[in-house]
Design a protein around this ligand. Sequence first.
Ligand code: NAP
Length: 308
Amino acid sequence: MEIWDTVIVGAGPAGLAAGIYAGRSKLSTLILDQMMPGGQLLITELIENYPGFSEGITGFELSEKLRVHAEKFGAKFENSQPVVDVALDGDIFVVKTDSKEIRGKTVIWAAGSVARKLNVPGEAEFVGRGVSYCAVCDGAFFKDKVVAVVGGGDSALEEALYLTKFAKKVYLIHRRDAFRAVKIIQERVKNCEKIEPLLNRVVESINGTQFVESLTLKNVKTGELEDLPVDGVFIFIGNEPNSAPVRFLVDTDERGFIITDENMATKTKGLFAAGDVRKKPLKQVVTAVSDGAIAAMSATKYLEEREG
Ligand code: NAP
C-alpha cells in the first residue's frame, strides 16, 4: 500500500498552500477533500484583503489559482468521503474514511470549520427552505425579497452587504449593541440604505409552514418578543472546528480548536495543523496560507530528521 510523505486533509487555502510547499520540497503529497478545492473560499464572493489583489479577487478564482499552483509542484488531489478518524500504526498515520484507509508519514490537518448553528426551533427544519449559511450559494433565490442576517462579525456584515444585490431589504440582527466586524465594513453597512440593523436582539424561533415566513426575536434588554416577517434568514455566528477525527492526537481549547506551536506541530510527532481549525487570533485567508506553508516546511524537516 502506498505511503505518502504527507497527507493533507482539507483543500482550503491552508491545505492548498501546504500542498505547494510540500510539493516544492519534493514530498509525495496527497490532498484530500470532500468537495472541489477551495474550502470556504468557494462560498466567499470577493476577497478584498488578500495582499497583492487591490481590486479584490473572487473566492473561486483564488481557489483555482491555488489548486493549479499546488498541482504544478506535484500535489495529487483526491475527492474523498469525510475523514472519520486518524490513527497511528507504528509511526505511520492511517487516515480513515468510511470506505478506505490512506497512509502517510506525516499528516497536515487543515480541515477547517463548519458554520455554528443557532440551535433554535425551526432552524434545522427550514434549512434549504429559507434558512441558509451561505449567501453566495443561496442569495440569488431572494431577489426582491426580505431577508435577515444573524451575527455581528466580518462574515455577517460582509454577507449582509452581498445580499443587498438581490434582496430589497436586509435586517441585520445582532445580540449586542456593537458589531465586532472590521470598521471599514461597519461603515459600508451604515451607509447602505437596504440594511436595517436590529441590535440587542436574539432569534427565539424561525417560523413558517413550507418556507420561512417570520422570525420571533427577543430584545435582550427589555425581554420583549417581536415577530419579524422575512422570506429567509442567513446565519453567520462563527464556526466550529473540524477537529473530531484527530481529537485523541492533539490538544484543543474548550471549543475544539487545535493547539499547535509556532511550527504548526501538535502534540503528536508528524501531525501538523493549519488554518481555521487551529486556535489562533486572526482567521483570514492570508493567515491560513501562512499556516499551510509553515506546516509543510515543518513536515519536511520532520521527515529529513526521521529519515536522515
Ligand atoms: P466571529 O468573528 O466569531 O463572529 C461571530 C458573531 O456571531 C459575533 O458577532 C457573535 O456575537 C455572534 N454570535 C456568536 N454566537 C451567537 C449566537 N449563539 N447567537 C447570536 N449571535 C451569536 O465569526 P465570523 O464573522 O464568521 O468570522 C470568523 C473569522 O473569520 C473571524 O476571525 C473573522 O475576522 C474572519 N473573517 C474575515 C473576513 C475578512 O477579513 N474579510 C471575512 C469573514 C470572516 P458577539 O459579537 O456578541 O460575540
